[in-house]
Design a binder for this molecule. Structure first.
Ligand SMILES: Nc1ncnc2c1ncn2[C@@H]1O[C@H](COP(=O)(O)OP(=O)(O)OP(=O)(O)O)[C@@H](O)[C@H]1O
Ligand SMILES: [Mg+2]
Length: 329
């Protein structure tokens, strides 16, 4: 698939560029629904940022050239060539843990002193594992201070991302990160994305919005499914069927029904069973806490139709619909 033209996110990019120039004392932890566009946003940002910037795809297993993106671009091949001799696999994980070494390599090629330094580490949880997430985010926090002393950049910005809900709980209980939400695309940007995918005439953009809530990956997925939304939902149902079995066996169907009606019921009608269900849905990356602001300070508004509450939400509306279907059978 060809990469689609980047749409929207102007405000986020503007804020990120400002932060890059100002620097932050705490690493920023970006968190949002799977496929909402965190990786793409970071890459677009790193490509155009003023200063010395480094993007690491922590999940890349094999290819250092895929795992790393730098600004200025020309230092990349040199670093990769230098590192490739000693790089361990999986590559992304190795790079996450070797930031120090990479910067040493960069420093031999170009001056970092007096310039903004930006580091983005993408998908840390899946790469280094839940058990190490707390340690790693703390380590990033310490890194800011050490980098300041050793390299004297004019500012430092470190960003990490995840879409694992479970990791959010772990990171949330500490004071050494800022947590910000990245959400699915807004309606206008979503329409732009759909137009790029050249939908057939009988496709109703409203229906795509209704099921994807503006999630770019889900939208692309539907396009690749020959725009057949019904069969796309059926595929989601097939994935969720075992989960419904578990939910039924634990007698949590009433609770699930309540969350389908309103995600905030998790908080409005608290109970042990609700907590049990919450854990299951968060671990399955279906449901999430959304009480944080976006990077540019916005609260994602409530939208009952899309399964978005004030503080909690379904990652994409299709999950809510698919679970509802399964419950009725
Ligand atoms: N603003 C955008 N404009 C155009 N395409 C986009 C945009 N945001 C995301 N995409 C596309 O949507 C797909 C999913 O985006 P991406 O991989 O960035 O999501 P993610 O939030 O990083 O997902 P995950 O949680 O799995 O890491 C990609 O193909 C990406 O290129
Ligand atoms: Mg990603």
């Amino acid at each position: 698939v060809i990469e689609l033209k980047f749409v929207n996110r102007e405000e986020e990019l503007k804020t990120l560029h400002e932060l890059a120039n100002k620097g932050t004392t705490l690493p920023i932890y970006l968190y949002g629904p799977e496929g909402c566009g965190k990786t793409r946003l970071l890459k677009e940002f790193i490509k155009k940022v003023n200063g010395v910037a480094l993007y690491i795809d922590a999940l890349e297993g094999e290819d250092p050239e895929k795992a790393l993106l730098t600004t200025p671009l020309n230092i990349l091949t040199d670093i990769v060539k230098d590192l490739i001799k000693e790089v361990a696999k999986p590559v992304g994980q190795y790079l996450c843990l070797s930031l120090w070494k990479i910067l040493k390599h960069i420093e031999t090629k170009l001056q970092i002193r007096g310039k903004p330094l930006i580091i983005a580490v993408d998908d840390i949880t899946r790469a280094i594992g839940l058990s190490k997430v707390e340690w790693y985010t703390k380590w990033l926090y310490e890194l800011i201070k050490k980098l300041q002393e050793d390299y004297r950049p004019s500012s430092i910005l470190i960003i990490a991302t995840t879409s694992e809900g479970k990791s959010l709980d772990l990171v949330m209980r500490h004071t050494y990160t800022h947590i910000n939400l990245v959400w699915n695309l807004d309606k206008e940007a979503h329409q732009e994305l759909i137009q790029q995918l050249k939908p057939p005439k009988n496709i109703d953009p409203e229906q795509l919005w209704y099921y994807t809530g503006g999630n770019p990956r889900a939208t692309i997925d539907i396009a690749e499914n020959n725009w057949n939304i019904d069969s796309w939902i059926q595929k989601i149902e097939a994935k969720l069927r075992p989960l419904i079995r578990t939910i039924r066996s634990l007698n949590l169907t009433n609770e699930l029904q309540k969350l389908i009606e309103d995600p905030d019921n998790i908080e409005k009608q608290p109970s042990q069973k609700m907590e049990q269900l919450y854990t299951i849905l968060v671990e399955a990356n279906l449901f999430m806490y959304k009480g944080f602001r976006t990077i540019n300070g916005k609260h994602i508004p409530k939208n009952p139709e899309l399964g978005i509450g004030e503080y909690y939400a379904w990652q994409i509306p299709a999950y809510k619909h698919a679970l509802e279907q399964l419950l009725q059978r």
